[in-house]
Design a protein around this ligand. Structure first.
Ligand SMILES: *Cc1c(COP(=O)(O)O)cnc(C)c1O
Length: 399
């Protein structure tokens, strides 16, 4: 069984490039050039240099001893939360800005929901002195003021999107519209393993530094270079793709992906795309999509802004249907409890997205000797309001 992308851009039956004709040239150029650019020695030196000196890689692989005692296994946390800008997204935006420059592009566009990808994109545009336009739904702009202010301080223009529900899906449509109007000078930095081929593969490769490091670190720290379990949360799928990448074909390693169940898989307020989605096309890719009987995409819900995407990257759709990965649905409440548990056991406040990966620990039965690597995709600073809303009274009463 092949778990990675084939030469046509498919993961099994998922993926491909379903795009308007006007973008055909752009996507073809990207498809024809990305592998050569990414394997070029000069590119690799610059990419790896920035990951080291700007992002702060390698990110630590931390043995969490109190968390391990709690779940009866040897649990390591891959600390993407310690990266510059606070999450794994910067690995991808650095890679794409270097690629865009080598493709002769002068203008960068991006879409953002909660603003995390927008900030990671504005950051690398400042770093490289590139023009940056970020599309963001008006609803999200109102909810995520601080990220809007960060993007503007970094020199990006945040363009409010006023159609539809004024959230991520609408911002993405607007970014695609912009790209259609400016195909020659503009590169569209997509923030996850979604979109038309070659985006899912390109983003997975940029994020694969995560599993390359896990291999080296486990070899040094455990004397063997593979774990028994790899665990990560999935929104579009990029931190999980990076975590799984170098282990896709190593069947000794069990892959566990957590998606956001919101108020519950059957509650109608959920983002559990793999559990509920039907085959469809979203943002240029064939995958699972949350949709109604008429094929209209339904609005997802999760407490975590980074996970409430109505699609899922094609790699993860394939890993799920082939049984290579186990996909667990973790509710808002389970994730919030897991965030508090990690905070009190290890002194690490995780991003609410990462807390969905942590919430899956309680759903597994481990052997004492099992080695578990769980990717902490981001830090919790941005989620303090959510945590205070939920725990404010409880936390105060405990002390
Ligand atoms: C955006 C984000 C995610 C979800 O995106 P993936 O592409 O699925 O990784 C997860 N965690 C954090 C901290 C994020 O910012």
């Amino acid at each position: 069984m092949d778990y990675n992308v084939n030469s046509e851009g498919y993961y099994g039956e998922f993926g491909g490039a379903y795009i308007p004709e006007i973008l055909f040239g752009n996507v073809r150029d990207l498809r024809e050039r990305y592998l050569a650019i990414m394997s070029d020695g000069e590119f690799l030196r610059e990419f790896e240099g920035l990951l080291r000196d700007y992002v702060g890689r390698p990110s630590p692989l931390y043995y969490a001893s109190r968390l391990s005692a709690r779940y009866g296994a040897r649990i390591y946390l891959k600390r993407e939360d310690l990266n510059h800008t606070g999450a794994h997204k910067i690995n991808n935006t650095i890679g794409q800005i270097l690629l865009a420059r080598r493709m002769g592009k002068t203008r960068i566009i991006a879409e953002t929901g909660a603003g995390q990808h927008g900030v990671a994109t504005a950051t690398v545009c400042a770093l490289k002195g590139m023009q940056c336009i970020v599309y963001m739904g008006e609803t999200d702009i109102a909810r995520q003021k601080l990220n809007v202010q960060k993007m503007e301080m970094l020199g990006a223009e945040v363009r409010p999107v006023t159609c539809g529900n004024k959230t991520l899906k609408d911002a993405t449509n607007e970014a695609i519209r912009d790209w259609c109007c400016n195909p020659s000078d503009t590169h569209y930095i997509i923030g996850s393993t979604v979109g038309p081929h070659p985006y899912p593969d390109m983003v997975a490769r940029f994020q694969s530094v995560i599993s390359a490091e896990i291999k080296n670190q486990l070899q040094r720290q455990e004397g063997r270079d593979y774990p028994d379990y790899l665990m990560a949360c999935v929104g579009g799928g990029s931190n999980a793709a990076g975590t799984f990448y170098h282990y896709l074909d190593d069947l000794r390693v069990k892959l566990v992906a957590s998606e956001a169940a919101g108020l519950g898989v059957d509650s109608g307020e959920t983002a559990a795309t793999i559990h509920l989605g039907k085959r469809g096309i979203i943002h240029g890719s064939r995958t699972f999509v949350m949709q109604d009987e008429d094929g209209q995409i339904t609005e997802p819900y999760s407490v975590s802004a980074g996970l409430d995407y109505p699609g899922i990257g094609p790699m993860h759709a394939h890993l799920a249907v082939t049984g290579r990965a186990e996909v667990l649905a973790v509710t808002d409440g389970e994730a919030l409890d897991a965030a508090m548990e990690l905070t009190r056991l290890e002194g690490i406040i995780p991003a609410i997205e990462s807390a969905h990966a942590l919430g899956a620990l309680a759903k597994k039965r481990f052997e004492a000797a099992d080695i578990v690597v769980l990717t902490l995709s981001g830090r919790g600073d941005k989620d303090m309001e959510t945590y205070i809303d939920h725990f404010g009274k409880t936390a105060a009463n405990e002390n």
